[in-house]
Design a protein around this ligand. Structure first.
Ligand code: SAM
Length: 321
C-alpha cells in the first residue's frame, strides 16, 4: 500500500524507448535522447524485477514502450512473465503495426490483453499523427482478434484540429468488431507546444460530440477491472466507449494502482511527476529489489501535476506509456 492507502499491484514495464512511429504527443520532433544500449534492461533483468514485484504482491503487468514489438526477445520476455504463477494479467500496449507476425506467439506465451493505439482511420490523418501506415495498424487489430486474446482494446488520444473528426468513425469501427474504444486526453509529455490550449480536447467535449449519435449509458461495472477509464455504451449500437480524462477528471489519481519501470531501469512512481528511482544500478550491484520497489511505492505522490503547468522532462516514449 502507498502512503495514501492505494494498493499498488500493477507494474507497467517499458521494454524499449524506441518506436517505429513518431506520434506527435509522444516523441518530440528530432528527439535524440535515446537510452544507450548498455543501459537497457536485459530480458533477464526485466524478469528478475517482475519476479521481485510478484513477491511483493504485484499481480498485473503490462509490456509497453516505445514500441515493445521492436524488441526481438519480446516473446521470450512475455513467456517468462506468463509462466509466473502470481502474474494474473499480462498486457501489451502496441501500435499494432508489427503485431500480425507475433500475435499468436504472444498469446501462447501468456499475454492476456492487448491495447492497440488507433488515433485515426483516415490514412492521411493517421500518418499525420503517427508518421505510420494505417494498413499495418489495422492488420495488427485483425491479428489480435484472430489470436483470441482475452481482451483487446483500442486507444485514441484526442487532439483538437487533428483527429476529432475521427471520433465517430473510430467508434463505428470498434463497435463492428466488438472492441472497447478508449478516448484519452492529451497529456503534456512531449514539448509544451504540442499540449496547447488549442490542441487540447477534453473527454467531456468528446462525449458531447458523441451524444449527437445517441445516448451514452454509464457502465459502472466496467470501471473496476479496466483501469482509469469511465465506460459508457452508446445507444443504439451498444458500442463500449471509455474516457480517460487524466487532466479534467476530479480525483483521477485516487484509484491509481501503478508503478512504471522504464527501459533504462528507473522506477517511476507517477507518470505526471518527475521523480524516478534508479533500479538499474541496484539490480547490477545485486541489491535487494523488493526493498527498492517498496521505496518507489512509498514515494508515490497523491496526484499528478499535469494541470499545474507541468514541463515534460522525459517524453512519453522514454518513460513508457
Ligand atoms: N507504442 C505502444 C502504443 O502505441 O500503444 C506503447 C507505448 S504508447 C506510449 C502507450 C499509450 O500512451 C498509447 O495509447 C499512446 O497513445 C499513449 N500516449 C502517448 N503519449 C501520450 C500523451 N502525451 N497523452 C496521452 N496519451 C499518450
Amino acid at each position: 500500500m502507498d502512503p495514501f492507502g492505494r494498493t499498488i499491484d500493477y507494474l507497467r514495464v517499458s521494454v524499449t524507448d524506441r518506436c517505429n512511429e513518431r506520434c506527435l504527443y509522444c516523441m518530440p520532433e528530432g528527439y535524440k535522447g535515446w537510452a544507450q544500449k548498455p543501459d537497457h534492461l536485459t530480458a533477464d533483468e526485466i524478469v528478475r524485477v517482475v519476479a521481485a514485484a510478484c513477491q511483493l504482491g504485484f499481480r498485473k503487468f503490462r509490456l509497453t514502450g516505445g514500441e515493445p514489438l521492436l524488441r526481438t526477445d519480446i516473446v521470450d520476455i512475455a513467456r517468462q512473465m506468463g509462466a509466473m504463477a502470481a502474474v494474473q494479467s499480462l498486457g501489451l500496449s502496441t501500435n499494432g503495426t508489427r503485431l500480425a507476425r507475433v500475435a499468436r506467439e504472444l498469446k501462447e506465451a501468456g499475454v492476456t490483453s492487448v491495447n492497440i493505439s488507433l488515433d485515426a482511420l483516415d490514412p492521411a490523418t493517421y500518418r499525420k499523427v503517427t508518421g505510420g501506415n494505417i494498413e499495418a495498424a489495422l492488420a495488427g487489430v485483425q491479428a489480435a482478434l484472430d489470436a483470441g486474446f482475452a481482451s483487446v482494446k483500442l486507444n485514441c488520444v484526442l487532439m483538437r484540429g487533428v483527429n476529432e473528426q475521427e471520433i465517430g468513425p473510430l467508434l463505428d469501427f470498434a463497435a463492428e468488431r466488438g472492441l472497447p474504444l478508449r478516448f484519452i486526453e492529451l497529456m503534456p509529455l512531449t514539448r509544451t507546444d504540442v499540449l496547447s490550449e488549442a490542441n487540447f480536447l477534453s473527454v467531456t467535449e468528446a462525449m458531447e460530440m458523441l451524444s449527437s449519435r445517441g445516448r451514452l449509458i454509464p457502465q459502472p461495472e466496467h470501471h473496476g477491472g479496466h483501469g482509469p477509464a469511465r465506460y459508457y455504451r452508446l445507444e443504439p449500437t451498444g458500442a463500449l466507449v471509455g474516457f480517460i480524462g487524466a487532466l479534467t477528471t476530479p480525483h483521477f489519481c485516487e484509484t491509481c494502482n501503478k508503478l512504471r519501470l522504464t527501459a533504462d531501469g528507473k522506477l517511476r512512481p507517477c507518470l505526471g511527476r518527475h521523480g524516478e528511482i534508479d533500479l538499474l544500478s541496484s539490480l547490477r550491484a545485486g541489491e535487494d529489489i523488493p526493498s527498492i520497489l517498496r521505496q518507489a511505492i512509498a514515494a508515490k505522490p497523491e496526484n499528478h501535476e499535469f494541470a499545474e503547468l507541468y514541463q515534460p522532462g522525459r517524453p512519453m516514449t522514454a518513460i513508457g506509456g
